[in-house]
Structure formats: C-alpha cells, structure tokens
Design a binder for this molecule. Structure first.
Ligand code: GLA
Length: 395
C-alpha cells in the first residue's frame, strides 16, 4: 500500500511543482472502540489510530507561501496561500484545516515561518467517512511544520492545536478524542483516555482469532452541517439542570446511581436521554477496558452492542444505514459485537469478526445492506497503527 501511494505522490508532485519531493510523511485516521460522545462530557473514550490515513510529499520553498494540492480533490487547483493570508476562506476548501494549523502554530511559538512549502497530499480514508480525515490532516500538517522548522512543539501541543482549529477556525465544537487518538497512536494498542484530565493508558489489542472490520455506510457525514453541535447543547442543558442540586463539572462526574436518583431534574426529555447515554456509556467504556485486559472478548463484544443500542435509542445519532449494518452484523454467531464509530449520522461502523469468517461476513452484510438501503457499503481491514511519522525510508 505505502509503496504505491509514494509512487503516486512522487510522480504527481513532479508534474505539479516541477521538482522532486524532499520528504514524505504519514498521519493515521482513527476508530473508536467504545466511549462515544463522551470526550466533550469529561468522560473516558477508547480509540485507536489505524493504518489508513493521509500521506504527504513535501518540499521547502524560498518564499513564505504554502502551495497545497490534494490528489483527493483533483478538480481543485493548487491553492497558493501566502503566510500573511492564513484566514478561513470557504473557497480554499480542505486547505482551511492546514491554514488553521499553521496560523495557530505561529501564534503559539511566536514565530513567522521563514520559508514556505509545496505540499501534495493523498488520503486513503474517504473524507466524510467518520474516520477523522480532518484530524488526520491537522496532525499531519502540524507534524510536518514542527519537523521541518524544528519548533520543538510536543505531541500534546499539536493535538490541542488540531482541536482549536476545529473549534475556532472551522466552527465545529468537537472534543479532543480524534486528535488525541491520532497524535498518540501506538501500533497494536488502543488508548484509554480520560478526557477530563487527559491522563491515558495504552491497552494491547489482543484479539486472538478475531479481527476488527470497518464497514463504511457510504452515507456521508457532514459534521459541521450535522446535529453534532445540537447534541453538545443538549448535554450542556442536562448538566445545568443537574447542577441546580449537584456539585458536578461534567455529566461524566455522575455514576449510574446518582444519575438515576436525580434524572428528573432534567425536565427536557431529549436532554434526559442524552445524559443517560453519556453516564451509562462512561461505565461501559471502563468495563470494556477491563474485559480487554481479562482477555474476555465476549464481554467486550456485548458492551459494543450495548453502546450502539444506546446511541440509537438515547443519543439518536445512528440512522437507518448504521442500524442496518449493526443488525445484520450481530445476527451472525461468528460476530462478537458491532457498533457505529465516531460521531454517527452516517460514516462507519466496526465489528469484531472471527478472522476466518471475514469473507462470509462481508457477503452477508453487503447483501442485507443492498436489500434495505439500496447501495453498496465498503469494508476495510486495517491494522492499529502508530501516530504521525516521517517516512524516512523514502526520499
Ligand atoms: C467526532 C468528534 C469527536 C467525538 C466523536 C464522538 O468524531 O470529532 O470529538 O465527539 O465525534 O464520540
């Protein structure tokens, strides 16, 4: 895979910029195993970086101009952005993420970058598929700038800059999970992150004779157009109501019993359902870590299923497409569990499938999905990967 992408980037770069790239980089995408919509509620999430993501070929230029091109948006020209012009502009499409990163890096380090870059990117995660192509790009650009200009920013700095770009530059109130999962990615490990204080631990993913399969519903998830910000607002409303009696900072400060005893403070029925999902999902996420550490994949799979049902019934973010994948997956006895992953509203689901049955699994889910939804899903088999890196072996 990497060989082919590098060859493609190399020849495209030559055509575009009339020179050879000097460096190549890669930044992963992410899945979330469990712990959905908890990052902005001070809870625990359990994501992992994946071997699909965004590649870049780069050269340094003498003028402080950034020339961006994406092989995923071939209809677009090279976007040439002078350093003094790092402002949001809808016309500049995907490069807004890159512009935001450079702008905030310059702010944080109190520097103006002395040179510019030619950057050609190619992502093998579809944008809008819910595998965090935008966070992958943010961390990729952050890593490149930090590396080439020797700025000594920490990985956590770059993670926080990525989230700031989403929140302030793009206008999406997302939490920190995606950037953290990508920035701190570790091969064959998932990351249990406490979003309240950003403490985290790695958990080895020993899946024995099972594999994680990603199923793309091919229903695009337009995060900023979606109900994502609405869900955040509903959680804030629930929190405010609970705070009239309880001394808590986040919904995830509640345990299940305290929530049950006080839920009637939340008079808005939707807000109450959102809070219920959040509190129970936080418990499930910690149980999932335990199950994994005890090598109990059956319990882990059951928690995945419970998570999906809660996201369907209480958080209301699954939709017909993801529910169809979920239902067709869990009726198979060689599937231990399945759930939507990421924000929902379309995008991807994951399933824990017996490794020697993956072909049967794909056939079954494909047929059911075609029957109910009428167009094709896609399947990805990925490895759990390290965070962003320079591909030093290629020059
Ligand atoms: C999106 C956001 C994350 C997180 C998930 C839901 O991926 O970017 O911050 O809230 O949705 O868990």
């Amino acid at each position: 895979m990497t060989e082919n992408v590098i060859a493609l980037l190399k020849s495209s770069f030559n055509d575009l910029f009339n020179e050879q790239p000097e460096f190549y980089y890669f930044s992963p995408g992410r899945i979330n195993l469990i712990g959905e919509h908890l990052d902005y509620n001070g809870g625990h999430v359990f994501p992992a970086a994946i071997s699909f993501g965004t590649y870049a070929a780069v050269s340094i230029t003498d003028h402080p101009i950034f020339n961006f091109y994406s092989l995923n948006f071939k209809e677009e020209p090279i976007h040439s952005i002078p350093n003094e012009d790092l402002i949001f502009d809808k016309k500049h499409s995907w490069t807004n993420y890159a512009k935001g990163v450079i702008k905030y890096i310059e702010e944080q380090t109190n520097t103006t970058l002395p040179k510019g870059l030619n950057i050609c990117v190619y992502g093998n995660i579809q944008n809008g598929a819910g595998l965090s192509s935008s966070a992958s790009l943010e961390l990729l650009i952050g890593y490149i700038i930090n590396d080439i200009f020797s700025l000594n920013l920490s990985q956590l700095d770059l993670i926080k800059i990525g989230q700031r770009v989403e929140n302030e530059f793009i206008g999406l109130n997302s939490g920190i999970m995606d950037q953290f999962a990508i920035g701190m990615g570790k091969e064959s490990h998932a990351i249990l992150l406490n979003c309240n204080d950003l403490s985290y631990e790695y958990a080895p993913l020993h899946l024995k004779n099972y594999s994680l399969v990603i199923i793309n519903s091919n229903k695009r998830r337009e995060l900023s157009d979606s109900k994502y910000n609405e869900r955040r607002a509903e959680c804030e409303l629930a929190l405010q109501k609970l705070q009239t009696k309880l001394n808590i900072q986040h919904l995830c400060d509640l345990d299940v019993n305290t929530y049950e005893q006080n839920k009637n403070l939340i008079t808005d029925i939707n807000a109450q359902k959102r809070a219920k999902h959040v509190v129970y999902e936080n418990t499930r996420t910690l149980e999932a870590l335990n199950a994994l550490q005890n090598n109990d994949l059956t319990v882990f799979g059951k928690l995945m299923n419970d998570s999906h049902i809660s996201l369907k019934e209480d958080y209301d973010v699954t939709g017909k497409e993801l529910d169809t994948i979920f239902e067709s997956a869990i009726e198979l006895d060689y599937v231990l569990g399945s759930r939507m992953t990421g924000a929902g509203f379309g995008g991807c689901a994951i399933a824990l499938v017996q490794s020697d049955k993956i072909k049967d699994f794909k056939n079954h889910v494909h047929a059911q999905y075609m029957k109910v939804i009428g167009y094709e899903p896609e399947f990805y088999e990925v490895n759990i990967s390290d965070g962003p890196k320079k591909l030093k072996e290629y020059r």
